[in-house]
Design a binder for this molecule. Structure first.
Ligand SMILES: Nc1ncnc2c1ncn2[C@@H]1O[C@H](COP(=O)(O)OP(=O)(O)OP(=O)(O)O)[C@@H](O)[C@H]1O
Ligand SMILES: [Mg+2]
Length: 369
């Protein structure tokens, strides 16, 4: 006859008594509530299997073990970096796509990363912060659309436009957008803040922000007022572009700003002619970004070739990364995965479970430290 004290002794013997919060014995039924050492699913499963085996071999197969295994409580306040600006409910990660120099392909990279992350199963938003030269509407084929106003919890919010599984907002969707050209800094940042905070983004894993070129007022206002999780710097391989990368990184590293730089994406890294898809011509120089990244202690997240179809795809509003089973799609996928990995590594202020959740969804595993 199984008794409570026998079970108690046995729990001690197999050294799990400190994990058990409560247990009951009713005939052959044993009810145990316990906490696993780790919140990971496979750890819980392992514990369950081990408990069942141990009980069966000690008390016989007729024992009916009813286990309730809960996760350990995570620290109520995780170790936090100080986050600037008020958190935006529902948005997990805000990533700024920046460059020192203009015209290096930030918007193209942002659009392609956005559709790639959406294809990977993430919920993605894309905010065009280029008030003076918005390109998201053209690059994602949403020109001429107008966001409608929706009421959410008593507030009127603008509803982002959606295409290719990406929610987006841009000053280009609003009438009078041309006037933006004459906006001064404060007005521009007000418009941006509204597009971030007074919009119905819903639940997002990533909000990518396509920044204007340079390191001006708009940048400062965004990175000071919005809780940006990390920055991705886009550069071309030329020396002049790379020299500006330092400026861009210095801006994110400023003491009052302190936004982690997730890595560098080298755009137009090499030229590949359509008729010779396996040839790579390093017309702007080779490995400049690699050396610079090593020097700055940040990873290279990807090398995107200069390909005619990338530009054409941008012009017709269907990002090249959407071309199924293509080399381009593969390159953007790898780049997006590297970005997510870098984010997970740097997200020291997220509890580990959340970081793992992000990694698993992206289909890539966190790098071993
Ligand atoms: N990998 C690429 N291959 C071919 N063309 C590209 C590539 N990347 C960008 N382009 C083209 O280069 C031009 C500039 O790109 P894009 O507008 O993305 O740059 P940007 O950095 O956002 O510019 P700005 O600084 O003005 O915002 C566009 O015509 C785009 O289609
Ligand atoms: Mg741009």
């Amino acid at each position: 006859m199984l008794t409570k004290s026998k079970v108690q002794d046995f729990l001690k013997e197999i050294e799990v008594d400190d994990l058990v919060s409560n247990f009951q014995v009713m005939g052959d039924d044993v009810y145990i509530d316990m906490t696993s050492h780790s919140p990971a699913m496979h750890e819980k499963k392992k514990l369950e299997v081990a408990m069942k085996q141990a009980f069966a071999s000690e008390f016989g197969e007729q024992i009916n073990l009813k286990l309730k295994i809960s996760s350990p409580e995570l620290p109520a306040t995780p170790v936090t970096n100080e986050i600037k600006g008020k958190q935006i409910p529902g948005i997990q990660n805000i990533i700024a796509i920046a460059s020192g120099k203009g015209g290096v392909g930030k918007s193209t990279v942002a659009a392609n990363l956005a559709v790639t992350l959406a294809k990977m199963g993430f919920k993605v938003g894309l905010l065009d912060a280029d008030i003076y030269g918005p390109s998201v509407p053209t690059m994602l084929d949403t020109e001429g659309q107008r966001p409608i106003s929706v009421e959410v919890n008593g507030r009127n919010l603008m509803k982002p436009i959606e295409n290719y599984g990406v929610k987006m907002l841009s000053i280009g969707y609003f009438s009078g957008a041309n006037q933006a050209v004459v906006w001064r800094g404060p007005m521009a940042s007000k418009a941006l803040n509204q597009m971030i905070r007074d919009a119905d983004w819903g639940e997002l894993d990533f909000l990518l922000i396509d920044l204007p070129p340079g390191t001006g007022d708009i940048h400062l206002s965004i990175i000071q007022e919005v809780p940006v999780t990390g920055a991705v710097i886009v550069s071309t391989p030329q020396h002049v572009a790379l020299a500006d990368v330092r400026k861009g990184i210095a801006m994110f590293n400023m003491e009052s700003i302190n936004i982690p730089v997730l890595g560098l994406i080298e755009n137009m890294a090499y030229f590949t002619p359509e008729e010779l898809p396996d040839n790579k011509y390093y017309i702007f120089g080779k490995q400049g970004a690699q050396f610079m990244a090593e020097d700055l202690g940040i990873p290279v997240l990807g090398e995107i070739p200069l390909i005619q179809s990338i530009r054409e795809a941008g012009d017709v509003g269907r990002p090249a990364a959407l071309q199924e089973n293509s080399k381009i799609a593969e390159i953007y996928t790898k780049t997006a995965q590297n970005m997510v990995e870098s984010l997970v590594e740097r997200n020291t202020n997220l509890p580990p479970t959340e970081a793992v959740k992000i990694t698993t969804m992206a289909g890539c595993s966190p790098k071993k430290k």
